[in-house]
Design a protein around this ligand. Structure first.
Ligand SMILES: Nc1nc2c(ncn2[C@@H]2O[C@H](COP(=O)(O)OP(=O)(O)OP(=O)(O)O)[C@@H](O)[C@H]2O)c(=O)[nH]1
Length: 364
């Protein structure tokens, strides 16, 4: 029996088992088993395909990946957003290889990848699923591209992404597990747990080979999220749904769709509709900010901002500039939204905001 058969067999068993208090620990154990098998299957696939996968050199400030079925307009969109010269064809599977492009926006260099069209079963190795696997898992944002006439593909794509360990738009549950030598499994939580009982938690923990551990739970987690928290390989990545080719439909069609997909960005890559707004959405979801540097006695360089992650501190910026800078840091002066008055003196841990101007004062 291969791994997929094993997974199917356990899934069938879960289907047949009624879910209640008495069976919860058993179902927890089965779900943990499935999670481990899927992980094993992923590991095998990626190691078995050495050399064939895409090796992408990450450049720029962030990376974004376009995921969608063939012919939904990914190449056309990539051309609109970036400087890449991607071939556009009106037949399926035009994208034969990965095409990175760079979108320059608000001073940031955002690298965008168009991966070959996802098809059902991609995560299982069908089509060119493993490419999606390697690219999407390491990206900072996933753009799920749908054709306006095939919105039902969203469910398939989300399922495929989950199968390769991606948890789009989820935040990891706050669970810590400390292994110990003796004393059994001790579970404590800071909030009431409405989805899991002690027996189920123990049963899942045991399935992961741990028989002595302190488990601390700070969220009212579901069974699935608890299992995710025990897997090391989960990728929590923001995702945005794009509905392409809206030039072919009217407003009432889109209104109707909102009943099924509450949150999407309508675009037309071909007719260049809503592209500017999309760029804003991309930038916004990457959680980046622009910081301008002001050398001593000179005006700030307002041409080329430093692009950093939101909530970066003064010392984060200093470390990025130069190791010596951070080591000899004394204080900084800041102009902008993060301070009460212009030129305010701040310490290393001060959190900056978008478009702040910073001057470093370092020990001589
Ligand atoms: N009407 C309309 N057609 C579009 C739009 N975007 C793309 N197309 C057309 O859809 C077809 C497929 O576009 P591509 O950009 O090649 O699609 P793709 O998703 O990259 O396809 P694969 O390379 O097969 O994965 C082409 O004929 C495009 O001209 C759009 O916004 N409106």
């Amino acid at each position: 029996m291969d791994i997929d058969d094993k997974i199917q067999k356990i899934e069938d068993e879960i289907q047949k088992t009624p879910y209640n208090k008495a069976t919860s620990h058993h179902i927890g154990k089965l779900k943990a088993k499935i999670s481990k098998l899927k992980e094993e299957s992923l590991q095998r696939k990626s190691s078995g395909n050495k050399g064939q996968g895409f090796h992408i050199k990450k450049t720029g400030d962030s990376t974004v990946v376009l995921v969608g079925f063939p012919s939904v307009g990914k190449s056309t969109l990539l051309n609109e957003l970036t400087n890449a010269e991607s071939k556009v064809g009106s037949y399926q599977f035009t994208t034969l290889d990965i095409v990175p492009g760079v979108m320059e926006y608000r001073g940031a260099k955002i690298q965008i990848f168009d991966v070959p069209g996802i098809i059902t079963g991609a995560s299982g190795g069908k089509g060119r699923g493993k490419e999606i696997l390697s690219v999407a898992r390491t990206s900072d944002l996933i753009l799920i591209v749908l054709d306006v006439f095939n919105p039902q593909h969203l469910d398939v794509i989300l399922k495929e992404l989950r199968n390769i360990g991606i948890r789009p738009n989820e935040i990891p549950a706050d669970v810590t597990v400390r292994r110990k030598k003796l004393g059994g499994v001790n579970v404590s939580s800071t909030v009431p747990l409405t989805h899991l009982d002690q027996k189920t938690i123990r049963s899942i923990i045991n399935e992961y080979g741990m028989h002595n551990a302190d488990v601390l739970i700070r969220d009212d987690v579901t069974m699935d999220k608890f299992i995710d928290a025990l897997e090391l390989n989960r990728a929590y990545i923001p995702a945005v749904v794009l509905l392409n080719k809206v030039d072919l439909v009217n407003d009432s069609y889109l209104e109707e769709l909102k009943k099924y997909i509450p949150d999407f960005v309508p675009i037309s890559a071909e007719e260049k509709q809503n592209i500017q707004y999309l760029k804003d959405v991309i930038f916004g979801n990457l959680n980046l900010m622009r910081i301008y540097l002001k050398p001593q006695g000179k005006k700030a360089d307002m041409e080329e901002p430093l692009i950093v992650k939101s909530n970066s501190t003064v010392i984060d910026i200093a470390s990025r500039l130069h190791r010596e800078f951070a080591k000899n840091f004394r204080h900084a002066k800041v102009w902008g939204k993060s301070v009460k008055f212009p030129g305010q003196k701040v310490g290393a841990d001060h959190i900056l905001e978008d478009e702040d101007i910073v001057r470093f004062i370092i020990k001589k």
